[in-house]
Ligand binder design. Structure first.
Ligand SMILES: [Fe+2]
Ligand SMILES: [Fe+2]
Length: 294
C-alpha cells in the first residue's frame, strides 16, 4: 500500500472574530477593511468544511497544511485555529508551517504556541526547519512567515534556515527517505514582487545542490506545478494548491486539496498526485491526476 499524504493550504478561517479597537491600530486595520469588503465573500467556512469532510473520507496517512490559517493574526484567530487543527487531526498526523497571514503583525509570534504541537519536529523542538518522519517520508517544515508593512505579503526564509536546509536534505537522502519540503511561499511564481518570497533564489540554489523529492506550497491561491532543478540533472516538482476555503467563481482557483500516493524506494520512487476540488454545485470530486515520479 502506498503512503498517502494530503496537502491543503490557505485556510483563511472564517468567520473573522470581531477585533477590539486596540487590535486594529496597526496593519490589521487595512486587513480588516479588506476582509469586510472582499475577502469574506471569497473565503467561506462551508467550503472549507466540505473540503475537510471530503479529505477525511479519503483517510490519508498524513496531512500537510502550508500556512495562512489566520487572516489578520488576532489572538482569537489563533484560538479558533487551534480548534480547527485539532478537528483536522492529531499533532502526529498533521504538520503545519506558517504563512504571512499567521505573522500579519509582529505580536502574532506571542500567540504561535497555540499551534506549536503541529510545528514540532520529531526531536521535540519547535523551530524551523523541523523534520518529521512518517512512513517512507521525511517532512521538512520551513517558515517564511514574517510580519511586513501594510499591503505587503512577502516572505523570507533567512540565512539560518537556508544554511540548515542543505545538510538536512543530504542526511535524509542518506537515510533513503522521500524528502517533502513544506513551505508557504512558492519558490517560483508569476505573482507581483510585493507578494513574493524575497530569498527564493537561496531555496532554489539549495534544492539544486542537495535535491528533494517534492516541494509543497500555498500562498498564490492557485493550482501550480513548477519543476525545479535538482542535482545531477534531476528535477523536483514544486506543487501549489488553491486556498482551501475559496468559493467557486471568485478571482482565484476554487478550493481544492491534493493527495499524493507515494511508494517505491530510493532511486525508484513512485508518486501520483490526485487533485480533488469543489465544483460549481459545491461538491468535491477528482479534478486532475498526474504522475510526478514513476
Ligand atoms: Fe493565503
Ligand atoms: Fe499567503
Amino acid at each position: 500500500m502506498p503512503f498517502t499524504l494530503a496537502h491543503l493550504s490557505d485556510v483563511h478561517l472564517a468567520p473573522l472574530p470581531t477585533p477590539r479597537i486596540t487590535e486594529l491600530i496597526n496593519k490589521r486595520l487595512t486587513g480588516y477593511v479588506n476582509w469586510r469588503l472582499k475577502r469574506h465573500l471569497v473565503h467561506r467556512r462551508e467550503v472549507l468544511d466540505a473540503l475537510v469532510a471530503d479529505l477525511k473520507a479519503q483517510a490519508p496517512n498524513h496531512i500537510a497544511v502550508t500556512g495562512d490559517i489566520a487572516n489578520i493574526a488576532l489572538e482569537e484567530e489563533f484560538v479558533r485555529g487551534r480548534k480547527w487543527l485539532q478537528q483536522l487531526g492529531s499533532r502526529n498526523d498533521v504538520s503545519f508551517v506558517p504563512g504571512n497571514h499567521d505573522a500579519y503583525v509582529p505580536q502574532a509570534f506571542r500567540y504561535a504556541p497555540q499551534w506549536a504541537p503541529y510545528m514540532t519536529g520529531d526531536d521535540g523542538a519547535v523551530g524551523f526547519p523541523y523534520v518529521r518522519k512518517r512512513g517512507p517520508l521525511a517532512l521538512i517544515g520551513l517558515s517564511t512567515g514574517v510580519s511586513t508593512a501594510p499591503f505587503m505579503a512577502t516572505g523570507r526564509l533567512g540565512k539560518a534556515q537556508v544554511e540548515a536546509l542543505g545538510p538536512l536534505l543530504d542526511a535524509l537522502k542518506t537515510e533513503g527517505l522521500f524528502r517533502v519540503i513544506l513551505i508557504h511561499h512558492p519558490p517560483v511564481t508569476q505573482a507581483k514582487s510585493h507578494k513574493r518570497l524575497l530569498d527564493a533564489w537561496a531555496l532554489v540554489e539549495t534544492i539544486a545542490g542537495h535535491g528533494a523529492e517534492l516541494l509543497l506550497h500555498g500562498h498564490d491561491h492557485l493550482r501550480m506545478l513548477n519543476w525545479l532543478d535538482g542535482p545531477a540533472g534531476s528535477h523536483v516538482p514544486a506543487v501549489g494548491v488553491p486556498s482551501a476555503s475559496a468559493a467557486p467563481g471568485t478571482s482565484h482557483d476554487a478550493a481544492a486539496y491534493n493527495l499524493y500516493a507515494i511508494d517505491g524506494g530510493p532511486g525508484a520512487w513512485r508518486c501520483e498526485l490526485v487533485s480533488r476540488g469543489i465544483g460549481e454545485d459545491g461538491t468535491f470530486a477528482e479534478r486532475a491526476r498526474t504522475t510526478l515520479a514513476a
